[in-house]
Design a binder for this molecule. Structure first.
Ligand code: C2O
Length: 504
């Protein structure tokens, strides 16, 4: 194992990935940000320096390493006002991530307001030298990472109540429906007869995507950092924050093939025009240019299978709790509604509003009961070493909503659209769609990681509108078991001084 040092300056840049130029907030000046890659057991030291200066965008920042469970290191998790204060301009913060056990495909993004919609999103990969799936593929490198994103022509700070994306980007390239048609699409290069491990990463702020490659099936081998039994599929419905590793065999005639990523926003598919939502799978030796097949084929959302119940971990681990519905030590229902008067989301009647003091700091400053923590009504105390069952109905307007838990991955014992439970070998992941009205999703995890962990809709606009709670796990042991680095201390005084200076 070694130390991987990464310098990640956060900057404002004007870019035009779909042909429309706008100011953005980016990691290292690119969209997506640089791929951060390490090997199992490495220590990642990521030095985030805030170089933001745009007067129309958020100037502070905070980065979350999505999917890394941060075992006993809650203070490096990133969400603003849950585990830290934001980093202010010209200041830096060193995220020190040791990842002893996890491997696979992750990502990082701003976790301050809706800043990641302005561009601050990138991929993080932890390679496993002993990958049990290695016999299935020949190529796995930075060129075989495929990111799916939505893109906006307005700034997150100026977004309307119900934001709608202008375009979608595959590997940072795309077009918008009425935009210039000379903007280049992403090209994924393959050589005939090699087998590729593509790492499909949804860095979406909102829509899910139906992903497919013309004339090629794909074998899913990893979901959200957990190896799965190989599963052959024609397409993948992938929600904001989710990742899949897929093996694609370049076994077709040398040619160009469409890679399709049809976005679904609030359950509605957006149509193709002007070659948007497309990229090109290019076989070496084929002429350069676009495929000749019809780019406008649409698959109705209703016909896209959610393959979740067919996915199983390669090495199943015991489902926490007993194998009956409601059979965990702690069973929690989370009912979500969109309040149409206030236009916010409420979880069990309460819309999440960020506290002024991060929840972790409240605990380390002496709050020893979860019930004393702010924001009141949004904090759920969980005792240590218990099994937890969360049940979430899918009906809230604007769905299907993909929910994400920090600090853990979880067993999905009941998936959207399914009435049966799987307590034997359900998929383990960190973002799950709760489906539509009538659906109900049930997940399980163990409280083995002290600290406050965010649980929220990964549609960033919905998180911003209050679709979130915090699980304050094992509060009494946080003092002895979670020891922030010294510099963590300095974030809040610096942020408060910055806020006061700005407003005064
Ligand atoms: Cu990827 Cu709290 O998020």
């Amino acid at each position: 194992a070694s130390v991987v040092n990464t310098f990640l300056p956060i900057v404002n840049e004007e870019i035009a990935p779909d042909g429309f130029s706008r100011i953005t907030t980016l990691a290292s000046g690119t969209f997506p940000g640089p791929i951060i890659r390490a090997t199992k057991g490495d220590e990642l030291k990521i030095d985030v320096l805030d170089k933001l200066q745009s007067s129309s965008l958020d100037l502070a920042t905070s980065i979350h390493w999505h999917g890394l469970v941060q075992n006993h290191t809650n203070y490096d998790d990133g969400p603003a006002f849950v585990s830290q204060c934001p980093i202010v301009p010209n200041e830096s913060f060193l995220y020190d991530l040791s990842v002893p056990d996890q491997t696979g495909t992750y990502w990082y993004h701003s976790h301050f307001r809706a800043q990641y919609c302005d561009g601050l999103r990138g991929v993080l990969i932890i390679d496993d030298p002993n990958d049990p799936h290695k016999y299935l593929y020949d190529v796995d490198n930075d060129d075989t990472v495929i990111t799916l994103a939505d893109w906006y022509h307005y700034l997150s700070t100026e977004a309307p109540l119900v934001p709608a994306f202008n375009s979608t980007l595959i590997n940072g390239k795309g077009r918008y429906p009425d935009g210039p048609s000379n903007v280049s699409l992403a090209i994924v290069n393959v050589k005939q007869d090699l087998r590729y491990r593509f790492r499909l990463v949804s860095i979406s702020c909102d829509p899910s995507f139906n992903f497919s490659i013309d004339s090629h099936q794909m074998t899913i081998i990893e979901v959200d950092g957990v190896n799965t039994q190989p599963l052959l599929v024609d397409s993948i419905q992938i929600f904001a924050g989710q990742r899949y590793s897929i093996v694609v065999n370049a076994s077709q005639p040398v040619a160009n093939y469409w890679i399709r990523s049809l976005p679904n926003e609030a359950g509605v598919a957006r149509n193709y025009s002007n070659l948007n939502n497309l990229a090109v799978l290019h076989y070496a030796g084929a002429p350069s240019g676009n495929p000749t097949s019809d780019p406008t084929v649409n698959i109705p959302v209703s016909q896209i299978p959610l393959v979740e119940t067919a996915l199983h971990p390669l090495v199943p681990t015991p489902v926490p709790g007993s194998p009956t519905p409601g059979g965990a030590d702690i069973n929690i229902n989370l009912d979500v509604v969109l309040n149409l008067t206030l236009f916010d989301f409420e979880v069990n009647g309460v819309s999440f509003e960020a506290p002024t003091v991060p929840v972790l700091l409240q605990i380390l400053s002496g709050a020893s009961n979860a019930s004393d923590l702010l924001p009141a009504g949004s904090i759920y105390g969980l005792e240590r070493n218990k099994s937890v069952e969360l049940t979430i109905p899918g009906g809230a307007v604007g769905g299907p909503h993909p929910v994400h838990l920090h600090g853990h991955n979880f067993h999905v014992v009941r998936s959207a659209g399914s009435s049966s439970y799987n307590f034997d070998n359900p998929v383990i992941r960190d973002v799950v769609s709760i489906g539509n009205s009538g659906d109900e999703v049930t997940i399980r995890f163990n409280t083995d990681n002290p600290g406050p962990w965010f649980f929220h809709c990964h549609i960033d606009w919905h998180l911003n509108a209050g679709f979130a709670v915090v699980f304050a796990e094992d509060v009494p042991d946080v003092h002895s078991q979670v020891k922030p680095t010294k510099a963590w201390d300095k974030l809040c005084p610096a942020y408060n001084a910055f806020i006061n200076g700005t407003s005064g």
